[in-house]
Ligand binder design. Structure first.
Ligand code: FAD
Length: 450
């Protein structure tokens, strides 16, 4: 018998319950990835993620080939392509991981209907994309937690499934496949983009557990120290299983591991919010009903990293260069855009999705809403002052120095306030004056909130 495994955001062979279930029930499987027209139409084909995806598909194909199989790649509408492969292979069952976005759940429903007509069953598997499946833990009287702390308490008490071993052999029927995709042209891709794929993910996790995680609790906010795991793109594409990441971090133990596991729970938290309220991907979780400002010049300055606030600009330049930004940077540039400039969070979220290699509907949109005060933050009125943030998290100015070469000569933390330099020194710099007065921005935000 034959079964189809439809890979989506779970591009791995280790701890892969979807592949395992298919192999248990069938002699041969079709490991299928569809380059889906619908995903492209939704604007999710940003070059950075396409480049990373190309690596991921190459690595998945290599992982399958080591086991005697290979990846079958098709292009088109995902449901049409799955049905076509079912017909070609005579498969009686299709396996897929459960997704949380409206797109993923609609895809599931469409698949179910189309496959039923073709006499084929659909199995949807949980705990593939998240450690704890959305909906597995719920608050009294509700379908999803709105506050992280009680969620985390329950999440921590939840027994995770065991890690499943990678299969030894994968037998694949003889089917046509599109060639593996190439990375987009280098000129469209951030030059510092990491290498994608399962092998790179596993290497990074192992290195992180051996050297990095112990100091995570103390150093995760240290902007120049860059002391976080950088596992987010691998988790986003599913080159790494979150269940395995939690088990291995817990096995390591210690305060650093605990703090790291807590962040993985944040990831699950946002997924369960989006699963219960898919509309909050683009609409306010807590509607505020006020009018955002929209100054094109200011928005362009924010996007391009020339707001005149060095720590904000450094973070935006890191995003452009690496397709990734430190979490502390994300927090402070998001607060700056939505609270200090009072620009709609959707503008920022769209820009992030255009560049972030880990750009993820659940994590990106809900973190943006959290930062903007329209989401699940329990202190929506808090405004992060970029100068205070810079003093705390980049006290020597090295983060700014790394990303703003035009300020690199400025000593120590003077780099955070170039406007205080003597006029003749200031005049020599090719760096803009601040585009907004922080106190003015704070007052405007306070007035708007009433
Ligand atoms: P680590 O600090 O090593 O954390 C380990 C893992 O925990 C991360 O890989 C990630 O999967 C998860 N995690 C950590 N912090 C969060 C968080 N606040 N929310 C959810 N999961 C978290 N993360 C994304 O994966 N995709 C996004 O599109 C995204 N957009 C964001 C937008 C804004 C405005 C903000 C404030 C945060 C966003 N985050 C997003 C969350 C966080 O910034 C990144 O997950 C983190 O910086 C990734 O780096 P890391 O892997 O080194 O994280």
């Amino acid at each position: 018998s034959v079964a189809v495994v439809l890979f989506t955001s779970d591009l791995r062979v280790h701890d892969q319950p979807v592949l395992r279930a298919a192999l248990r029930g069938a002699e041969r499987v079709v490991p299928l990835f569809v380059r889906d027209d619908g995903v492209r139409a939704a604007g999710f084909d940003a070059p950075n993620r396409l480049a990373f995806l190309a690596d991921c598909l190459g690595a998945l194909d290599a992982g399958l080939r080591q086991r005697g199989g290979r990846l079958i790649l098709r292009t088109g509408d995902v449901v049409d392509e799955v049905c076509r492969v079912v017909r070609e292979s005579g498969a009686r069952r299709v396996h897929v991981a459960a997704g949380v976005s409206r797109y993923a759940t609609t895809r599931e429903e469409r698949l179910r209907t189309a496959l039923r007509e073709a006499g084929c069953a659909l199995d949807v598997h949980d705990a593939v994309m998240t450690a704890v499946p959305p909906g597995a833990i719920t608050p009294a009287g509700g379908d999803a937690f709105a506050v992280f702390t009680p969620y985390f308490r329950r999440w921590s008490e939840t027994r995770l499934r065991e890690v499943c071993a990678a299969p030894r052999t994968v037998r694949v029927p003889d089917l046509a496949s599109d060639p593996l995709p190439e990375r987009p042209d280098a000129e469209h891709v951030s030059p510092g983009l990491p290498e994608g794929g399962e092998a790179a993910a596993r290497k990074r996790l192992t290195a992180w557990l051996a050297d990095g995680i112990e100091s995570y609790e103390d150093r995760h906010d240290d902007l120049p120290g860059d002391a976080t795991s950088r596992l987010s793109p691998y988790l986003h594409f599913g080159c790494l299983s979150p269940v395995e990441a939690v088990h291995r971090a817990r096995g390591k133990g210690g305060a650093g591991a605990e703090a790291f596991v807590r962040q993985l729970a944040w990831r699950d938290f946002h997924h369960q919010v989006l699963a219960a309220r898919p509309e909050v991907s683009w609409s306010d979780y807590r509607p505020r009903g006020d009018a955002w400002r929209s100054d094109r010049e200011e928005i362009a300055a924010w996007r391009e990293g020339r707001t005149g606030y060095p720590v904000v600009d450094a973070a935006m330049r890191q995003l452009a260069h690496e397709g990734w930004m430190h979490n502390r940077g994300r927090l402070l540039v998001a607060s700056f855009l939505t609270k200090t400039l009072y620009v709609d969070w959707r503008v920022g979220a769209r820009h992030f999705l255009d560049l972030l290699v880990d750009g993820d509907l659940a994590n990106n949109q809900l973190n943006w809403q959290w930062a903007a005060g329209t989401g699940t933050d329990t202190r929506p009125g808090r405004v992060l002052n970029p100068l205070t943030q810079a003093t705390r998290f980049d006290p020597g100015g090295d983060y700014v120095r790394r990303w703003l070469p035009e300020l690199a000569e400025l000593p120590g933390n003077k780099i955070h306030r170039p406007w205080l330099l003597p006029p003749e020194d200031r005049a020599r710099l090719t760096y803009p004056d601040p585009i907004v007065d922080l106190a003015e921005g704070r007052d405007r935000f306070a007035r708007a909130r009433g």
